[in-house]
Design a protein around this ligand. Structure first.
Ligand SMILES: [Fe+2]
Ligand SMILES: [Fe+2]
Length: 272
């Protein structure tokens, strides 16, 4: 997918750019690309979309820049929107979250589909499916949040990989064919250096025996912005059944260390 630098920068808003760190810009870009992808696919299929900003595209750039904006670190669930989310059942499953809260989820579905089609392990396929779902809730440091969200329910290597895919995005690895994304050069400049905490986390991951768990997520990530690809959750339902320990009380009601995060995703409108 081609990213128009000017259009991307315009969505960030006047004056905001100069206060954004390169990490903020990278997070914003990733989120922007996912929504561009969802919008392109929605237009292609003629389906109703859950919109990033209602009527966002219809606004002139100048107007867009003056629109009051939600803080950039918040996810789509907390953005202004024109519809209510479907109520969830009393015993929600991960599949139900995909259908009612994460949909259309093209980016993670494309990433997992690529892993599936190229014969990667089921653990990696599932990690790809889950690697960015937390962006619906929060964008800041999404690798860490994303890992925490699923940690109680998955093999430790899966959440570990999701945690470290975020810092590793900035570091190429020739051995697996992961190149530094060319788009980062165009958007952040050739001289961009990640913040020290990102560099430390990446080094930690590079020296860890589980390094490839995270590296493969970044690799599959780069194949997951395709406007022409048709994906569905169906091929992953059995994989979810094997890789995700669905709590019998329902996801969000099981009193795990991340149940509250699932309830937040379930109820983004609750004032308290
Ligand atoms: Fe990500
Ligand atoms: Fe991603």
């Amino acid at each position: 997918m081609e990213v128009d630098r000017r259009a991307f920068l315009a969505t960030v808003g006047v004056g905001a750019l100069e206060f954004m760190s390169p990490e903020d810009k990278a997070e914003e870009l990733e989120h922007y690309m996912e929504h561009m992808l969802d919008d392109a696919i929605t237009a292609r299929d003629g389906t109703e979309a859950v919109r990033y900003m209602p009527d966002g595209e219809a606004l002139a750039l100048a107007e867009l820049q003056q629109e009051p904006r939600s803080p950039r670190g918040t996810g789509r669930l907390f953005m202004p929107r024109s519809h209510e989310y479907a109520p969830m059942s009393t015993n929600p499953t991960l599949v139900e979250y995909f259908e009612k809260r994460f949909a259309p989820a093209n980016h993670v579905l494309q990433s997992a589909t690529y892993a599936l089609e190229t014969g990667q392990t089921e653990r990696t396929i599932f990690a790809c499916l889950m690697h960015d779902v937390v962006l619906n809730m929060i964008k800041v440091d999404h690798g860490w949040w994303g890992a925490q969200l699923i940690e109680p329910y998955v093999d430790e290597r899966i959440s570990w990989g999701i945690r470290y895919h975020a810092p590793l995005r900035f570091y190429p690895d020739d051995t697996v064919g992961y190149e530094y994304p060319e788009m980062y050069n165009r958007i952040f400049g050739e001289d961009y250096v990640p913040e020290p905490y990102i560099a430390r986390a990446a080094k930690e991951a590079q020296e860890h025996p589980w390094y490839m768990e995270a590296r493969l997520i970044t690799l599959n990530d780069t194949y997951a912005f395709d406007e022409d690809k048709v994906v569905s959750l169906d091929p992953f339902v059995d994989i979810i059944g094997r890789q995700f320990k669905q709590p019998k009380e329902g996801l969000g009601f099981d009193n795990s260390p991340s149940s509250h995060m699932w309830r937040t995703i379930m109820n983004p409108d609750r004032p308290l």
